[in-house]
Write a protein that binds this ligand. Structure first.
Ligand SMILES: Nc1ncnc2c1ncn2[C@@H]1O[C@H](COP(=O)(O)OP(=O)(O)OP(=O)(O)O)[C@@H](O)[C@H]1O
Ligand code: SF4
Ligand SMILES: [Mg+2]
Length: 324
């Protein structure tokens, strides 16, 4: 479901290969093409090590793609350097899983929030209290936090400060990389409500990386499923449970923990060894673990193809006409 279909950010055939310390080539992301739409949330799910953070770091220009292009509002930002790179950082901001690692522990909350604004020359130092108060209010924290330090706050409060700092530059895109995963469920819920409220009010485009497929279904317009550096399925969040088609996505869904689960039945989990991103299979990355694998799956990487409107999968199975 793409509301307005206004593309803000586009990834074109993006690949990232790392050279490891013993000179092996590790493919973290392979041939990724994606569109981020205005005011929408794009969720990325997949198991640990499948390349989610690497992809987000390339968008943030913290890692250079080995191949491919990242286009923001029609401009290729892949190779920006110097001042152009610095200025572009205003448009795309990130909230990390553990904000304490990205905050200077000796800085007060007021200064953590205002630092990007001062760096860009957008406010004067004497305006810090007033400006920080405004952002604290946006993330529903009182002004009592202005002169506190990050270690004097709870995990949920620190995450709100991370969001306030990201909002300060008025970015069009915010990336959340496992930003709520470490919080307990009730705090996670209130932070997610805050994120969706701020998104609605400010028309922000969000990239949301998460392990929890159930959560992603609830808050994401588009869900991207990754496996071993590849996109295996792209599906509207609202259709995920009913229409997920790729064997890997189906396994992810069937392994979601549910209080009404019948524990006498076998829980679906991935059988077979997950291949190494260094010694990648030449065919489908999921072939080793897939119960539907065919001969062709060993030899040919399936291309991403459109199954129905806004629904794509990379799989050799003959799926016929889909009526969603
Ligand atoms: N700087 C690096 N040098 C070498 N390999 C790297 C580097 N960064 C990531 N990798 C490798 O790239 C692959 C993808 O890593 P990435 O951190 O993107 O996964 P992820 O999906 O975010 O995992 P998680 O869910 O655990 O955060 C992994 O095999 C990882 O070991
Ligand atoms: S391409 Fe083949 S191995 Fe890969 S998911 Fe589809 S059926 Fe399974
Ligand atoms: Mg990660």
């Amino acid at each position: 479901m793409s509301k307005g279909n206004e593309v803000v950010l586009e990834l074109k055939n993006v690949t990232k290969i790392f050279k490891t310390h013993n000179n092996n080539m590790l493919t973290a992301c392979r041939d990724i093409s994606l569109n981020f739409y205005k005011g929408e949330t794009l969720g990325i799910v997949g198991e640990s090590g499948c390349g989610k953070s690497t992809l987000m770091k390339m968008i943030m220009q913290l890692e250079d793609p080995t191949d491919g292009e990242i286009i923001y509002r029609g401009q290729n930002i892949t190779k920006l350097k110097g001042e152009k790179l610095r200025l572009n950082r205003r448009n795309i901001q990130m909230v990390f899983q553990d904000p304490t690692t990205s905050f200077n522990p000796r800085m007060k909350i007021r200064d953590i929030i205002c630092e990007p604004l001062i760096n860009f020359g957008l406010i004067k130092r004497c305006e810090r209290d007033e400006v920080a108060k405004k952002y604290l209010d946006m993330v529903e924290l009182s002004e009592d936090f202005l002169h506190r330090y990050p270690h004097n706050m709870s995990g949920g409060q620190r995450q709100r400060i991370g969001i306030a700092r990201a909002l300060a530059l008025n970015p069009e895109v915010i990336i959340f990389d496992e930003s709520t995963s470490a919080l307990d469920v009730s705090i996670q819920k209130s932070i997610l409500e805050l994120i969706t409220k701020l998104q609605r009010e400010n028309d922000i485009t969000i990239g949301f990386v998460c392990h929890d497929i159930a959560l992603v279904t609830q808050i994401c317009h588009q869900v991207v499923v990754m496996y071993l550096g590849n996109i295996v399925e792209i599906i509207p969040g609202e259709k995920l449970y009913k229409y997920a088609t790729h064997p890997y996505t189906k396994t992810l869904i069937s392994s979601v923990f549910d209080l009404n689960m019948d524990f006498s039945k076998k829980i679906n989990c991935i059988s077979g060894d997950v291949p190494s991103p260094i010694d990648r299979p030449i065919g489908c990355p999921f072939e080793n673990c897939c119960e539907s694998a065919m001969e062709i799956c060993k030899k040919q990487i399936p291309k991403l193809r459109e199954l129905s409107k806004n629904h794509y999968i990379a799989c050799h199975l003959d799926l016929g006409e889909k009526n969603e």
